[in-house]
Design a protein around this ligand. Structure first.
Ligand code: NAD
Ligand code: BTL
Length: 487
């Protein structure tokens, strides 16, 4: 049984509770893990508090912390294949996609390891005679970190690596349905020699462990990746002690395709935008906004290619798309498309579960293209989080941008055109944290990631990804102290 990691020890739940982890491809039980609750969260928070307040981690030379983080990266590289297979067993995504994730994850650890000792503070030109003024960055303290099921270890790495680089201690709660690679990476952090109490892992549900992390006054910062409604609850709970807050929430991401775009590239990338990991990606380009005169040939080419997508086990080399994560999520996607149909959308391809007998034990849904969509429809406004793309049309540049921005979300978006001036005009007006010109779904450790509007608060990755885990202190020194006789 997989246990939790608290204060440098692997522990079971004090209640004795466990949870079976299910393979979404065939519903096999792939592991049984400890199911913690508020109690384990409190133990872990106390351990992280003690390690921060009385331990040495925050005071190590940043270069030494960086070396440890490099060691974690090296262990991830060593165990790449095992981690990739574990991620695919747990999420259903293809092993090929998981391998790419593992390379990204090692890269994230390496990026923040390198960054750890690059910030020696800043000298300010003091406006006061005989004084010095400088700014230093310090760790925030105890960090609560809550992650989702769709990119379990990738989203964890975006939080673990910068938090450690900045000198914080932390308690992580992975999604209760996909905890396996997080357990493994905590084993690797132990092997790398991160001191006891600095990194703690508590497994369990959001309502118990997650809620405790969000509300507990000994937690200084909460970093959350997940859905908007959970994010709102966490924001409320975090107000108890005015925690620092970082929220990476959902997206409903538009891809604008102008008629002058390279046709084959745009069709190909429209598929990349939405069908990786069966559309269960926050930045999936699920809203296609195509120039009116391009609509018919574009949809026709898209449908032809979508028909050929091969569904199956993520462990089969010919598989291009795996299952959805759970029975509940499959039901959500089915209802999402049914609602779209009732609102007037037309199913151009897909729109149902596959009838292949080999897929009946998994949570599969066919890759789907919905046409005749308008901005007011729920399929266009709601994050479906499935392999479903909606198609709207526009006739002017202004209309394209207006449609793209007509959303409560603002995570990411794309523009396809060969007119670079037009592309620049569009992206300048698109209210999103990431915009791609003639590409989709790209992210890397050097560039910040996060959302405008209800897609979140703050940025992970890049310089800002480290700054989220730092407090800023101004230190002023009077070099000629003497009485002022003001009073
Ligand atoms: N912006 C990004 O970078 C990004 C990345 C990945 C996923 N996401 C979003 O995540 C969502 C899918 O993930 P999900 O279904 O796991 O999201 P979710 O909000 O249901 O759960 C996310 C995490 O929050 C926990 N949680 C649930 N209730 C809680 C509570 N009351 N208090 C504290 N924690 C609680 C869950 O246990 C889980 O660990 C999508 O909306 C997707 O867009 C965003
Ligand atoms: C942030 N990203 C794209 C890695 C995963 C979103 O679900």
């Amino acid at each position: 049984m997989k246990a939790m990691f608290i204060n440098g020890e692997w522990v079971k739940a004090s209640s004795g509770d466990t949870r079976d982890i299910i393979n979404p491809y065939n519903q096999d039980v792939i592991a049984t893990v400890a199911e913690g609750n508020e109690k384990e969260a409190q133990f872990a928070i106390a351990a992280a508090r003690e390690a921060f307040d009385h331990g040495q981690w925050a005071h190590w030379p940043a270069r030494e912390r960086g070396k440890k983080i490099h060691s974690v990266a090296a262990l991830i590289e060593r165990d790449r294949e095992e981690l990739a297979e574990l991620e695919s067993l747990d999420t259903g995504k293809t092993v090929e996609e998981s391998r790419v994730d593992m390379d990204d994850i090692a890269g994230v650890f390496r990026y923040f390891a390198e960054m750890a000792d690059k910030d020696g503070g800043e000298i300010i030109d003091s406006p006061i005679s005989n004084s010095t003024s400088r700014v230093v960055h310090e760790p925030v303290g105890v960090c609560g970190q809550i992650t989702p099921w769709n990119y379990p270890l990738l989203q964890a790495s975006w939080k673990l690596a910068p938090a450690l680089a900045a000198g914080n201690t932390l308690v992580m709660k992975p999604s209760e349905i996909t905890p396996l690679t997080s357990v493994k990476v905590f084993e690797l952090m132990e092997e790398a020699g991160i001191p006891a109490g600095v990194v703690n892992l508590v497994l369990g549900s959001g309502g118990s462990v997650g809620a405790e992390l969000s509300a507990n006054d000994d937690v200084d910062l909460i970093s959350f990746t997940g859905g908007i409604e959970t994010g709102k609850r966490i924001m409320q709970a975090a107000s108890s002690n005015v925690k620092n807050l970082a929220l990476e929430l959902g997206g409903k991401n538009p891809t604008i395709v102008f008629a002058d775009a390279d046709f084959d590239t745009a069709v190909d990338q429209a598929m990349n935008a939405v069908f990786f990991h069966a559309g269960q990606i926050c930045s999936a380009g699920t809203r296609l906004i195509v120039e009116e005169r391009l609509h018919d040939p574009f949809v026709s080419a898209l449908v032809d290619r979508v028909k050929d997508i091969t569904l199956g086990s993520g462990f089969n080399e010919s598989t291009q798309m795996g299952p959805l994560i759970s029975k509940e999520h499959l039901t959500k996607v089915v209802n999402y498309v049914e609602n779209g149909k009732k609102e007037g959308a037309t199913v151009a391809v897909g729109g149902e579960k596959p009838d292949d007998p080999e897929l009946q034990n998994g949570f599969f849904y066919l890759p789907t293209v919905l046409t005749n969509c308008t901005t007011d429809m729920s399929v266009v406004q709601d994050e479906g989080f499935g392999p479903v793309i909606t198609v709207e049309t526009f006739s002017t540049e202004e209309e394209a941008v207006r449609l793209a921005n007509d959303s409560i979300y603002g995570l990411a978006g794309g523009v396809f055109t060969n007119d670079i001036a037009k592309a620049e005009r569009c992206v300048a007006k698109m209210r999103m944290g990431t915009v791609w010109i003639n590409d989709v779904n790209l992210y890397f450790p050097q560039a910040p990631w996060g959302g405008y509007k209800q897609s979140g608060i703050g940025r992970e990755l890049g310089k800002t990804g480290l700054e989220e885990y730092q407090e800023t202190k101004h230190i002023f020194q009077n070099l000629k102290p003497e009485p002022t006789h003001w009073f």
